[in-house]
Design a protein around this ligand. Sequence first.
Ligand SMILES: Cc1cc2nc3c(=O)[nH]c(=O)nc-3n(C[C@H](O)[C@H](O)[C@H](O)COP(=O)(O)OP(=O)(O)OC[C@H]3O[C@@H](n4cnc5c(N)ncnc54)[C@H](O)[C@@H]3O)c2cc1C
Ligand code: FES
Ligand code: FES
Length: 494
Amino acid sequence: MSQVTNTVRFVLDGKIVEAQGVRRTTTVLDYLREQLQRTGTKEGCAEGDCGACVVMVGELNASGQGVNYKAVNSCIQLLPSLDGKSIKTVESLKKADGALHPVQKAMVECHGSQCGFCTPGIVMSLVNLVQVNPNPKRQEVSDALSGNLCRCTGYSPILEAASKACGNKAALKIEDAADVPLLKEILRASTPTLSLEGDIIVQPVVRTRKGNEFVSPATLAEVADYLVKHPTATLLAGSTEVGLQVNKQFSRPDHIVYLGNVAELKQVKETAQAWHIGAVVSLTEVETLVAKVYPDFAEVLRRFGSPPIRSTATLAGNIANGSPIGDSMPCLMALGSTLTLRRGDTTRTVSLDKFYTGQKQTVLQAGEFIEAVVLPKPQSGQVFRAHKVSKRFEQDISATCAAITYTLKAGKLSGVKLAYNGLAPSPCRAPKLEAVLEGKAPSEVKASDLDAAIAASFVARDGLRATWAYRSLVARNLVIDFIEEQTQQTTEVA
Ligand SMILES: Cc1cc2nc3c(=O)[nH]c(=O)nc-3n(C[C@H](O)[C@H](O)[C@H](O)COP(=O)(O)OP(=O)(O)OC[C@H]3O[C@@H](n4cnc5c(N)ncnc54)[C@H](O)[C@@H]3O)c2cc1C
Ligand code: FES
Ligand code: FES
């Protein structure tokens, strides 16, 4: 294990690439296309929407004997975050004898490509899927491709190609045996560097003469120390917001702190009452975590962006970004989630419904960050319902998303927590609507009372994605749906 500063080191097809002189905001896509001439990976939207740029990023698995991959949108990932990892592009798939990967072969045979612009991204999404699931169902293939837009072929031949490719199981695994020892060689240090006085020195991956830098600490202590010293530094988790700011708003933060290598932040710690979800646990992992206990939450996450977005995006990034239409927050608020905030050695717990103080304004203090999102486990008899309303099923932004929890006590709604996005400057609870529901039997709840509570709670505002008339109607109807449907299914709690 060794570390070289001002050089981003990653493994590409059995070789270590040492990228020198890169900017801290150079994207993976630009480096692949412009420096490595890997032009198979395309740029369409440069904002994570079209999937033309999908590549696979690998990290050593827990045993150190193999590589775990995720499909990512290379257009919004920053190159320095690749330090210590490996990457596979569409060019990596060619076998030593020149043969195509079964997915590529099947795409040719099934006429899955016309202009071909989307094809490398589609191939990489499918190849990524079959690494862990060589027998995908049609729905799973469809989900895996939900972040890949094709304007000319139509998806039937592509789905057919996926099915045909899986007929050749022996050849589905990509060749990466040569990458494993190299990944060990470039593995980033897992302990901080200390000065003679015992102070933490966070080694930059990339540093300019002016002192601007991209750092990639390995421990929570390093992150906390760095942020106290550089309180205006930009934290980078999944890069699905920051990458957009870099590409579309030409944001060039002086100091970037990448959290993806911090072991403590990658973990989910379970107690009897809750899951403590570390700040860089991906939404894909959260979706798996909640699938059985909170299926509606998992459904909201399944419709969050696309697989390459969810493979890196985090709850903490969604919460800290604080968009009024952020999708995870209504679910987390209705479930009574709290945040563990850290500044230096000090932590405090803040309820998520007290986190926002205005549009994109939060209680976070200078140098403070989200260490974990604490998601309570379900209580006996608790009902949790959530639904996202958007124009398209996946890869779309909410008109509104609503979530509710309650229990039925002697047929009456009790302990109601209801939260929305899209209705106010930030996602929020709706105490006036909760009061309308609390203590009533579902059949006693009147739509007109809910309408009045909505009118009294929010400022009517038409938005780009929906009018207020539509949003407020949806907000009321979702509540009625949540309480009516569940009444029949819920076991009463005495
Ligand atoms: C194509 C596309 C589709 C999308 N679809 C959806 C969608 O359906 N629903 C939705 O809600 N959002 C969506 N988003 C927005 C985005 O994916 C989410 O907000 C995501 O959760 C951000 O997480 P991240 O880890 O990528 O954040 P990053 O981009 O890494 O960071 C986002 C912000 O949070 C800060 N931050 C990150 N971690 C911490 C921390 N631990 N403590 C304090 N601050 C922190 C960063 O400094 C930055 O300001 C989409 C984005 C794209 C590009
Ligand atoms: S170029 Fe469109 S998702 Fe990256
Ligand atoms: S083949 Fe042309 S966009 Fe898909």
